[in-house]
Design a protein around this ligand. Structure first.
Ligand code: 4NP
Length: 161
């Protein structure tokens, strides 16, 4: 089983949506028996909270129900997951400075937009202080990036769809 952890700051906006979109793509590809996913935040701000209402509303309009309860990144996540996918460079830096992080974990920490074709744009923007249309924009970015990330996993691990 390949285990993927999506990571943002609060674990109530970007990473739970990334988790929901990715899970839907994995199911559509018939790969649920081979890939599993979860999400976490680098901060403790929203531990136990459901995703932001605007994020749930946006996801629901695309057929994705977000029921994840926010949790904080833990040192055991570095052993448990094969990939830790950061939403932005700040999350990435936080992961790399976490007490659970060791140099041999470097290859499993990625930026969500690493596989996008626009190499100069590396961050999934944080919509928390934005308007509803910014949540829509994050959905589009995450759908695109997750399709590419899943294709990368399929090729790298020679998964049969
Ligand atoms: P997220 O968004 O990292 O995508 O979950 C945020 C959620 C909450 C806060 C910041 C960003 N906050 O400052 O509470």
């Amino acid at each position: 089983m390949i285990k993927v952890l999506f990571v943002c700051l609060g674990n109530i906006c970007r990473s739970p949506m990334a988790e929901g979109i990715f899970r839907q793509l994995v199911e559509q590809a018939g790969l649920s028996g081979q890939i599993t996913c979860d999400s976490a935040g680098t901060s403790s701000y929203h531990i136990g909270d459901l995703p932001d209402r605007r994020m749930r509303q946006t996801s629901k309009s695309y057929g994705i129900e977000l029921t994840h309860c926010a949790r904080q990144l833990h040192r055991r996540d570095f052993e448990e997951f094969d990939y830790l996918v950061a939403m932005d460079e700040s999350n990435y830096a936080h992961i790399a400075s976490h007490t659970g992080y060791r140099s041999e974990h470097k290859d499993k920490v990625l930026l969500m937009r690493t596989h996008d074709e626009i190499p100069s744009v590396s961050n999934v923007p944080d919509p928390y202080y934005g308007q509803l249309d910014e949540f829509e924009e994050v959905y589009r970015i995450l759908l695109h990036a997750n399709k590419r990330f899943l294709n990368y996993l399929i090729q790298r691990h020679k998964l049969a769809e």
